[in-house]
Structure formats: structure tokens, C-alpha cells
Design a binder for this molecule. Structure first.
Ligand SMILES: [Zn+2]
Ligand SMILES: [Zn+2]
Length: 157
């Protein structure tokens, strides 16, 4: 059986990549790694990890229930890192809602901080002007290396 690829786009298997962070075996060593592992946590419904890596001061009332409710209709299909600096990462995340199966893109600039050995997500600002969908002849957002039209082409017009 082929090992399942990690949703974060590392091209490693999930069990050798973000699962180690989700299970607390390893810690993120950079803001980008934490960002990738948090995206993978949305894709794998690892909600406790999302709560634990959200900085307590900005976490508010975020709960497992709330995350489950907001995420269970969503299928995460691809991650693209636009810029990764020391404490800020901008990314595009591609997804469909189960109800309509149309490709959508979320673009966010996220802020992170480190305390001791632990990286945390502070908050993020949506960048709708950068949330652009790829065109049919562009490489597919899923990282397959194929053109979109020959891969996930049925999700766009
Ligand atoms: Zn990963
Ligand atoms: Zn694809």
C-alpha cells in the first residue's frame, strides 16, 4: 500500500511528516513548518493541534466543537506558500465545500511567534486580492505536476 502523502505538500508521507507534529513527537522548528502543519491539521481534522498551537492570548473561545463545525463541510486540496519570513507566512489554500464542489481559494498572511521551543499562530489577515484561482493550463494546485485541466479540472469552469 502506498503511504498517504502529507497534505502540507512536503512530498513526504503524512506519517513521516506532519503526523509527528500532530502527535507531539516533534515540534515545528519554524513559522513556516508550523503553518504547514496547521494546514495539514485542518485537512486531517486534528482540531486539538489547532487549539494547542493557537497562541492563548489570541485564541479567544476557539473550541474543538467550533472548529469541527466550521471545517467538516470543507475538503482541503492544496497549499501554496507565497512568502515565508521569520514570523510571517503568506499562503494560498485551495478547497471545496462539499455542497457545491467548486474550487475556492483562501489567501492569508499569518503571524507567528516563538516562546521557548514552541511556535504559535497569533492571527491572520485575509488577502482576498491575492486569492486567485489557477487557470486551466496552469500547474494543478494539488501539486501533482499535471496541468489543472488534466487533473482537478472538473472543479473549475
Ligand atoms: Zn506535512
Ligand atoms: Zn490536481
Amino acid at each position: 500500500m502506498k503511504a498517504q502523502a502529507c497534505p502540507c505538500g512536503s512530498s513526504q508521507s503524512y506519517s513521516a511528516c506532519c503526523r509527528l507534529l500532530h502527535r507531539g513527537v516533534k515540534k515545528a522548528r519554524s513559522a513556516e513548518q508550523l503553518m504547514r502543519s496547521r494546514y495539514a491539521a485542518y485537512a486531517r481534522c486534528e482540531y486539538q493541534y489547532l487549539v494547542d498551537t493557537h497562541y492563548p492570548d489570541t485564541r479567544g473561545t476557539l473550541s474543538l466543537d467550533e472548529l469541527e463545525k466550521s471545517n467538516h463541510e470543507t475538503s482541503w486540496l492544496g497549499l501554496e506558500i507565497l512568502t515565508a519570513e521569520d514570523k510571517q507566512v503568506s499562503f494560498r489554500a485551495y478547497f471545496v465545500q462539499l455542497s457545491d464542489q467548486r474550487l475556492q481559494c483562501l489567501c492569508e498572511a499569518s503571524r507567528f511567534l516563538r516562546e521557548g521551543d514552541d511556535w504559535f499562530y497569533i492571527d491572520g489577515q485575509h488577502r482576498p486580492e491575492l486569492a486567485v484561482l489557477p487557470r486551466r493550463k496552469d500547474p494543478c494546485f494539488c501539486g501533482s505536476g499535471k496541468k489543472l485541466k488534466n487533473c482537478h479540472g472538473d472543479l473549475i469552469d
